[in-house]
Design a protein around this ligand. Structure first.
Ligand code: FAQ
Length: 322
C-alpha cells in the first residue's frame, strides 16, 4: 500500500468519525479532527458574532452619559459591559479553533470580516435604548438559543451564558418601553418613532432569505445552525406581535396579519437591497462604527504592550527562581 493511500484511508476514517459524532448529536471539541470547511465556517460565524457584540456596544453606549436617571444609567452600563463580556467569550471560542484574536480584530477594522448589519443604524433618542433591548436583543435571543445546541462545544457552551444575559437585556428594554408608554404623549411618540425605525433592520438581522443564503445548507448539515434564517425570522415575528399589542405600539408593516391556516403571522418582505448595502459597508453608520473601533484599538495599544511586558517580566522571574 502506498503512503498516499494510507493517508487517504486515515482521513476517510477521521471524516467518518466526525460525521458519526454529528449524526449522534454529540459535540465536536477543539482537539477533535474536523474538516477544514467546518473549522473555517465556525471561525467566520463566531468572529462575526464576536465583532457584533463589540461594535454593538457603540449605539447604546452613546446614551450612558445621557441616561435620564441613575437607575437607567446603572442598567445601561451593566448591559453594555455584558456585551463586552460576550465579545470576549466568543473571541476565546474562536481561539480554540486556532484563530488569533489580534488578527481577527485587524480583519474587522480593515473591513475583511463582517459584523451584524443592525449596529449600523443611529440611536436618535433614549427610546432607542428600550427598542434595541426589546427588538434587537429579542431577535438575538431567537437566533442564539438554538446555538446553545450548536455542534461545536466551546461555541455552544459560550452561548448558554450569553443567552441568559440577553434575556435580562430584553426585559430591561421592554420594561423601559412600558414605562415610557405610561408617560406623556411625547414619550409615546418617541417609542413609536423608534419602533418604526428599528423594526425592519431587526428582521434583517436574521440574514438573507433562505433561497439567497449561501451558507445555510452546509451549516445546518454540520448542525452549527439549527434553523434556517427564515424559520427564525418567523419565530421572532410570532413572538413579538403580541408584545407590541400589549405595549400599545404599531409595527410598521401593512401586510402583518395572523394566518389561521399557517398558524403564524404573515408579514411583508424587508428591503433586501438595503441589507446588501449595509452589509457591504454603505449603511448610515458603518464608517463611524469602524472609525470608533479603530481608534479604541489604537488607544489601547499601550495597555496591550504593558500587559505583555508584565507577563514577560513575571515569566523571567519564575525562570530565575526555578
Ligand atoms: N449582518 O449565508 P448567510 C447581538 C452575511 S449579536 C451582516 O445566511 P450565515 C447581541 C453572512 O455573514 C448579533 N452580515 O450566512 C447584541 C454571509 O457573509 P460571508 C450577531 C450578515 O452565516 C444585542 C452572508 O451575509 N449575531 O445582536 C447578516 O449562514 C444588542 C450570507 O448570509 C450573530 O452573529 C447580517 N444581519 O447566517 C449586542 C449570531 N446576515 O461571511 C448589542 C450568529 C448575513 O459568507 C446590542 N450568526 N450576513 O461573507 C448567525 O446565526 C449567522 O451567521 C447569521 C447569518 C444568521 C447572522
Amino acid at each position: 500500500m502506498t503512503t498516499q493511500a494510507t493517508t487517504g484511508d486515515a482521513e476517510a476514517r477521521l471524516q467518518e468519525h466526525f460525521d458519526a459524532t454529528i449524526g449522534r448529536d454529540q459535540r465536536i471539541e477543539p482537539r477533535d479532527w474536523m474538516p477544514d470547511g467546518y473549522r473555517r465556517t465556525l471561525i467566520r460565524q463566531i468572529a462575526q458574532h464576536a465583532h457584533s457584540e463589540i461594535i454593538g456596544m457603540q449605539p447604546e453606549g452613546q446614551w450612558i452619559t445621557r441616561a435620564p436617571s441613575l437607575r437607567r444609567k446603572a442598567i445601561l452600563l451593566a448591559k453594555v459591559q455584558d456585551e463586552a463580556g460576550h465579545g470576549l467569550y466568543l473571541y476565546s471560542a474562536a481561539e480554540t479553533l486556532g484563530a488569533d484574536r489580534a488578527e481577527l480584530t485587524e480583519m474587522l477594522i480593515d473591513g475583511r470580516q463582517k459584523y451584524s448589519s443592525i449596529f449600523n443604524y443611529p440611536t436618535l433618542t433614549f427610546a432607542d435604548v428600550g427598542v434595541i433591548g426589546w427588538l434587537v436583543d429579542g431577535a438575538a435571543i431567537c437566533n442564539q438559543v438554538p446555538l446553545c445546541r450548536s455542534s461545536y462545544g466551546p461555541y455552544a457552551r459560550a452561548m448558554i451564558r450569553i443567552c441568559k444575559e440577553e434575556s435580562f437585556h430584553q426585559r430591561q428594554g421592554y420594561e423601559l418601553l412600558l414605562t415610557m408608554m405610561r408617560g406623556t404623549d411625547a414619550q409615546r411618540e418617541m417609542v413609536q418613532d423608534a419602533v418604526n425605525r428599528w423594526w425592519w433592520p431587526s428582521l434583517m438581522m436574521f440574514g438573507p432569505p433562505d433561497d439567497a443564503s449561501p451558507n445555510s445548507a452546509r451549516s445546518m448539515a454540520w448542525k452549527i445552525k439549527r434553523h434556517s434564517n427564515d424559520e427564525l425570522r418567523q419565530r421572532f415575528v410570532d413572538m413579538t406581535v403580541p408584545q407590541a399589542e400589549k405595549l400599545g405600539v404599531t409595527l410598521p408593516d401593512p401586510e402583518l396579519r395572523w394566518n389561521d391556516e399557517r398558524g403564524h403571522y404573515d408579514f411583508g418582505a424587508p428591503d433586501w437591497d438595503e441589507l446588501r448595502r449595509v452589509i457591504s459597508g454603505d449603511g448610515p453608520c458603518n464608517a463611524e462604527r469602524i472609525a470608533r473601533r479603530r481608534a479604541a484599538h489604537e488607544e489601547g495599544a499601550w495597555v496591550r504592550e504593558a500587559a505583555a511586558a508584565y507577563a514577560a517580566k513575571r515569566a523571567a522571574g519564575r525562570r530565575a527562581a526555578a
